[in-house]
Design a protein around this ligand. Structure first.
Ligand code: DX5
Ligand code: ZN
Length: 218
């Protein structure tokens, strides 16, 4: 049970956001995943600074902020002020990725890099020494509730091998279509952090679903 669970607020009830954050506070969730979409990098717009500021005031767990936006360098300091503990940028949105992740760390946040389903994880080889987490997207980013892409398993294994052989201290996060059935397989393949949106918030008892995701045996 070494893995972490980071429920995604994208699937929460925005009309009762405070209550859903309190639910996560009381649950076995480790982090709170905030999906930021700009309508350019992905064909959807979610929420931004004012909403995450509100979440931060209530949340008792680290905010795991996943930026699905173009040119994220414009807002790194602002995300730090807003309360992000972990800030993940998309590989495909960063021309000078080394500069971006170095700045995220300099600002005092953990740096994550997300790869879309079509992006080979091998492209991260020369950045692993300066990041804290790789996010392997297991759906195409933009929407909750999509079907898990099966080819993701081999990417996780390949990434785990790269991290181990390089002696890096980097977590593997998986995001998109995660449920209680594929979660144990993902952990077995090497995932360290499970993001789950609909599986948690569309379930009858979200706290119990989080517990189930947390208590999986490897
Ligand atoms: C997708 C987001 C995910 C999303 C996951 O673009 O990055 O974090 O909220 O939602 P589910 O778990 O419902 O697939
Ligand atoms: Zn996400």
């Amino acid at each position: 049970m070494n893995h972490l669970v980071s429920p995604s607020l994208l699937a929460s009830d925005f009309g009762n956001l405070s209550e859903d954050v309190r639910l996560l506070n009381r649950s076995m969730a480790d982090w709170i995943h905030c999906d930021i979409m700009d309508g350019v990098f992905v064909p959807n717009i979610s929420f931004g600074f004012p909403v995450v500021e509100h979440v931060r005031k209530i949340a008792e767990k680290p905010l795991d902020v996943h930026l699905m936006i173009v040119d994220p360098d414009r807002y790194l300091a602002r995300w730090k002020e807003t309360g992000a503990a972990i800030l993940t940028v998309q590989y495909e949105a960063c021309v000078h990725l080394h500069r971006t992740v170095t700045e995220i760390r300099r600002l005092g946040m953990k740096a994550g890099v997300a790869v879309n389903p079509h992006t080979p994880v091998a492209l991260l080889k020369n950045i692993l020494h300066c990041i804290d987490m790789v996010l392997i997207m297991t759906v195409n980013p933009g929407f909750g509730g999509q079907v898990f892409i099966q080819e993701s398993y081999s990417k996780i294994e390949e990434m785990k091998d790269m991290i181990r052989s390089g002696g890096h201290d980097v977590l593997i996060q998986v995001d998109g279509g995660i449920d209680t059935v594929n979660a144990p397989v993902l952990i077995e393949k090497g995932a360290d952090v499970l993001v789950a949106g609909n599986t948690v918030f569309s379930s009858e008892d979200p706290a119990d679903t989080i517990r189930k995701l947390k208590m999986l045996e490897e």
